[in-house]
Write a protein that binds this ligand. Structure first.
Ligand SMILES: NC(=O)c1ccc[n+]([C@@H]2O[C@H](COP(=O)([O-])OP(=O)(O)OC[C@H]3O[C@@H](n4cnc5c(N)ncnc54)[C@H](OP(=O)(O)O)[C@@H]3O)[C@@H](O)[C@H]2O)c1
Length: 173
C-alpha cells in the first residue's frame, strides 16, 4: 500500500447548470475563458483521466508528451502513446504518488468523477450558466460531505457566450 495522503487530489471539471459535461465524447460549449482557467489549474500537476476522456476531442490538447498522467481502463491490452495505463482509479492514484506527485488533477469524465468523489480532497469547477443537451453528467454534489469555499462569477462577453463561475469545494469529512 502506497502512502497517498501527502498528495492533494483535486477534481477539475466544467459543468452546465443541468450538470452536463459532454455529448458525443466532446464538450458542448466553446468557452475560451474556461479553457484558459482549466489549463492554468492543471499546469504542473499530475493528471488522471478515463480512457474515453483521453480519446475525446479535447484529449490531444491536454494529454501531450509534456504532461505526466495516468489513463484508467479495464482493457489490459490498451496501448497509449503517452501516459501510464492503469486498471483502477486506486491504482492510478498510487502510481501518481509513487511518481512523487504533490497534486493530482482528476479530469473525468463522468465515470471517473462518480468513482472519485469519495477519494478527492477538493473540487475546482467551472459552472457554465446555461441548460445544455448532453449525454454525460457531473455527479450530484453531496453537501453533507462538501462545502463551497469560493465562487467568482463572470458575465458573458464577446468571446464567451455564457455567464460562468469558478467555484471551489473542499471536503468537510
Ligand atoms: N466538462 C468537463 O469538464 C469534462 C471533463 C472530462 C470529460 N468530459 C466529457 O465527458 C465525456 C467522457 O466521459 P465518460 O464518462 O464517457 O468516460 P470516462 O470517464 O472518461 O472514461 C470511461 C472509461 O474509463 C474506464 N474506467 C472507468 N472506471 C474504471 C474503473 N473503475 N476501472 C478501470 N477502468 C475504468 C473505462 O475504460 P475502458 O472502456 O477502456 O475499459 C471506461 O469506459 C466526453 O463527452 C468528454 O468530453 C467533460
Amino acid at each position: 500500500m502506497v502512502y497517498t495522503r501527502n498528495m492533494q487530489k483535486i477534481i477539475v471539471a466544467a459543468k452546465s447548470d443541468n450538470r452536463v459535461i459532454g455529448k458525443n465524447n466532446q464538450l458542448v460549449w466553446n468557452m475560451p475563458a474556461d479553457s484558459k482557467f482549466f489549463l492554468s489549474t492543471i499546469e504542473g500537476t499530475y493528471l488522471l483521466t478515463g480512457r474515453r476522456t483521453l480519446e475525446s476531442s479535447q484529449g490531444d490538447e491536454v494529454f501531450g508528451p509534456h504532461r505526466e498522467f495516468v489513463i484508467i481502463t479495464r482493457n489490459k491490452n490498451y496501448q497509449a502513446d503517452n501516459g501510464k495505463v492503469r486498471y483502477s482509479i486506486e491504482e492510478g492514484i498510487e502510481t501518481a504518488a509513487k511518481d512523487g506527485a504533490k497534486v493530482l488533477s482528476i479530469l473525468g469524465g463522468a465515470k471517473i468523477y462518480e468513482q472519485s468523489m469519495d477519494l478527492a480532497d477538493k473540487m475546482i469547477l467551472t459552472e457554465i450558466h446555461g441548460i445544455f443537451d448532453g449525454d454525460t453528467f457531473f455527479p450530484e454534489i453531496d453537501l453533507t460531505k462538501w462545502k463551497e469555499t469560493s465562487r467568482i462569477r463572470y458575465e458573458k462577453d464577446a468571446e464567451n457566450p455564457y455567464d460562468y463561475s469558478f467555484v471551489v469545494y473542499e471536503r468537510t469529512e
